[in-house]
Write a protein that binds this ligand. Structure first.
Ligand SMILES: C[S@@+](CC[C@H](N)C(=O)[O-])C[C@H]1O[C@@H](n2cnc3c(N)ncnc32)[C@H](O)[C@@H]1O
Length: 189
């Protein structure tokens, strides 16, 4: 797995942080998660790590960037996981996914988190969970006054909107964890 981490670092590909990944792996083990839908594949790092937990775990993962999708395809092949990781090339805001999943992992464009959540919540099994990463956004969501760039300010404000959306959501109960870059676990009430 070291090679994927190294590639991500050298090529500035954002991948889940180590302790965030460990959190995800423990969650999958403790909750006996078998079917996972991931929004945001990048080079396949998190998908491959989740698939390696157990041979009865299946993952569908969506990526809109062709270069990333192609790299993920190569990496999945290297790990012989083609039969358990289903890579979808497309925009997750338009993709239609069938079936239900024990876990939906949202790790794509941060400004669109509410849209992803609303679009895919119907694909969640009754006792399933939606996990979202990057909710602290390097500590900036708690300290928006430190940001000077207009674009970054807008993005941080969108992430904070998503946090509020989760907090006020009547259908889902969310727990926030100060792990990795900030993780939320949302389950149906
Ligand atoms: C943080 S990276 C994913 C990292 C990956 N989950 C991991 O930890 O190894 C986010 C990825 O989401 C993709 N993405 C962003 N918006 C998307 C969308 N609307 N549909 C599909 N993919 C999207 C980006 O191209 C990028 O590769």
């Amino acid at each position: 797995m070291g090679s994927l981490e190294l590639f991500a670092k050298e090529n500035n590909v954002p991948i889940i942080q180590k302790d965030g990944l460990n959190f995800l792996i423990n969650f999958i083990k403790e909750n006996n998660v078998k079917n996972i839908l991931e929004i945001g594949t990048a080079i396949g790092y998190s998908a491959i790590n989740m698939a390696l937990i157990s041979s009865d775990i299946n993952i569908t993962t969506i990526e809109r960037n062709k270069q990333m999708y192609d790299l993920a395809k190569e990496n999945v092949k290297k790990f012989n996981l083609e039969n358990r990781i289903n890579l979808i090339f497309g925009d997750a805001l338009e993709t239609i996914v069938d079936g239900t999943y024990d876990l939906i992992f949202i790790d794509a464009a941060k400004a669109q988190y509410i849209k992803f959540f609303e679009r895919y919540k119907s694909n969640l099994s009754k006792k399933g969970a939606i996990i979202t990463d990057n909710l602290n956004f390097h500590g900036l969501t708690a300290h928006p006054e430190k940001i000077h760039s207009k674009n970054l300010k807008a993005l941080v404000s969108k992430i904070n909107n998503y946090r509020n959306f989760l907090k006020q959501n009547q259908e889902f109960r969310t727990k926030f964890y100060e792990v990795g870059d900030g993780i939320a676990v949302s389950k149906m009430e």
